[in-house]
Write a new protein. Structure first.
Length: 78
């Protein structure tokens, strides 16, 4: 990530790829600064947090094996 200018694309890539990174790392400090100034990225982070919370709170739906295989193929997680 470019230290001089953090872009929205940088935020998206970093949040999705490094959710477990140390909170006080230089990259995280740059992200926090960007998030304070960018309502779009702040909304994206809020949505991501809500999605994770919902994923943890609700049980996984039971899918028939054939449907699960189709879903994984669409998501490219096969």
């Amino acid at each position: 990530m470019n230290a001089a200018r953090t872009t929205c694309r940088d935020v998206t890539r970093h949040l999705c790829g490094n959710l477990d990174e140390r909170i006080n790392s230089p990259a995280c400090r740059r992200l926090k600064k960007h998030l304070e100034q960018c309502p779009n990225c702040a909304a994206f982070l809020d949505s991501l947090k809500k999605t994770v919370r919902l994923y943890r709170e609700y049980p996984s739906p039971r899918l028939p094996a054939g449907r699960r295989k189709m879903l994984m193929a669409v998501l490219r997680l096969h």
